[in-house]
Design a protein. Structure first.
Length: 414
């Protein structure tokens, strides 16, 4: 039983890398769905276990974000917002720098998956307008939201899990203390890496910024309300965490409340619902089923506990979290590793190391972060633009090594 689930997982990983079988081109959601069906058909997981493994919080949160994202794009307000944010970039290099730092810092407070959803159509619009290869801007977005989300307890789901289960007294202060500076350094490193590998795209040629008209004013008004509600509610969430207010203000509440103006009052709600990225939602449902099947085998749990090494050392936490996040995803990895660290008496530094390693793992390969999948699926649906395994890892592997070195040196020195 153990071997079958692991073999299916490896097969999914390989098919995600090659994305083609004969003349048949596969999308990531199709590969993951195939893996989930295989573990069901081979009896590695029951239908009841499969159903309960699907995390409703994640599914509802993504649905709400997709609704807002579609409304922003359909109304033209997203293009208008993009112009307002990036119009000061005089050339390609400045545009690259602004995208990395703006999207990266935004992901720390609005969550990486949120920025991945909203940011993908912005990248495609900027690529078309300024004649930049969309692959490069999609990579820029992927690396920026992964790196930027490291430094905040609400930057991504695994950080939130560490902040809550790790019982940090003041999550924001602790995260900023250990991760703010190295994260900003790593955003700078990403700038130089992407520019080096894409010299032809980011030159000193002046950019011509043209304001985009708002196509649907009523929908744009509702979209603006939803976006402001999203930002405001997340700020409320931050305040509640900082002041330790004993109320579980879940992210799904934020997503649903923010999407409600569009769902209730827009005359185009049917069109918006039709354009929601259902394939990405299907990918996540299938991923939960496959990962639960792998989790049930106990394979990786036994592997970690059997290693005769110091599992609480900074180097080992980084190594284990980066490598295993590629196979079982970063949230299950943290759910597995965190209890071990707390049992061994891990300090705040070790917990922040886990946050850095499990998050920065998303820069190594496509499946290392959910935000990567969201960006690729969203781009394929909207324009046909995509990123292959090799295109991603060509920059991702060396960048991840530099990212890890920066965090390692910072943790050692401080």
């Amino acid at each position: 039983m153990t071997n079958i689930s692991i073999i299916i997982l490896l097969l999914v990983f390989i098919l995600t890398a090659i994305r083609q079988v004969g003349d048949i081109k596969l999308q990531i959601w199709q590969v993951m769905l195939g893996g989930a069906i295989m573990v069901l058909l081979t009896g590695q997981i029951t239908l009841k276990q499969a159903w309960t493994s699907i995390n409703p919080d994640v599914m509802i949160f993504l649905f709400g974000m997709f609704v807002i994202g579609v409304a922003l794009e359909e109304s033209g307000y997203l293009a208008h917002l993009s112009y307002q944010i990036f119009r000061r970039a005089r050339n390609g290099s400045q545009l690259l720098f602004q995208i990395l730092f703006f999207m990266g810092i935004a992901s720390a407070f609005l969550m990486n998956d949120t920025i991945a959803i909203i940011g993908t159509p912005i990248m495609l619009q900027l690529a078309q307008k300024h004649r930049i290869d969309p692959k490069i801007l999609l990579l820029t977005l992927a690396f920026s939201v992964t790196i930027g989300s490291v430094m905040s307890p609400i930057g991504n789901p695994q950080n939130l899990l560490i902040a809550i289960e790790g019982r940090l007294e003041n999550g924001f202060v602790t995260f900023f203390q250990y991760l703010l500076i190295p994260t900003l350094v790593n955003l700078g490193a990403a700038f130089f890496f992407i520019k080096y590998f894409s010299k032809k795209e980011f030159t000193d040629t002046p950019l011509n910024h043209i304001a985009e008209p708002i196509r649907e004013r009523d929908l744009a008004h509702l979209s603006r309300i939803s976006l402001l509600s999203l930002t405001g509610l997340i700020m409320v969430k931050i305040g509640m965490v900082m002041f330790k207010i004993p109320f579980d203000f879940k992210l799904i509440y934020i997503a649903l409340l923010s999407a409600l103006p569009i769902l209730l009052f827009s005359k185009k709600r049917r069109l918006i619902l039709k354009k929601v990225d259902w394939h990405t939602l299907l990918f996540f449902a299938a991923m939960f089923v496959l990962m639960q099947s792998v989790w049930n085998t106990g394979f990786f749990q036994r592997m970690i506990t059997s290693l005769n090494v110091n599992m609480i050392s900074i180097q080992m936490i980084l190594l284990v979290s980066v490598l295993l996040s590629q196979l079982i995803s970063n949230v299950p990895l943290v759910a597995l590793y965190l209890p071990m660290l707390t049992l061994l008496g891990a300090s705040s530094k070790e917990l922040m190391t886990l946050a850095a390693g499990s998050t920065i793992a998303g820069n190594l390969f496509i499946l290392g972060a959910a935000s990567n999948v969201i960006i690729i699926q969203n781009a394929e649906k909207r324009s046909g633009a995509t990123l292959s395994f090799l295109e991603f890892s060509k920059i991702g592997i060396p960048l991840t090594l530099i990212n890890l070195l920066v965090y390692l040196l910072f943790f050692i020195i401080f």
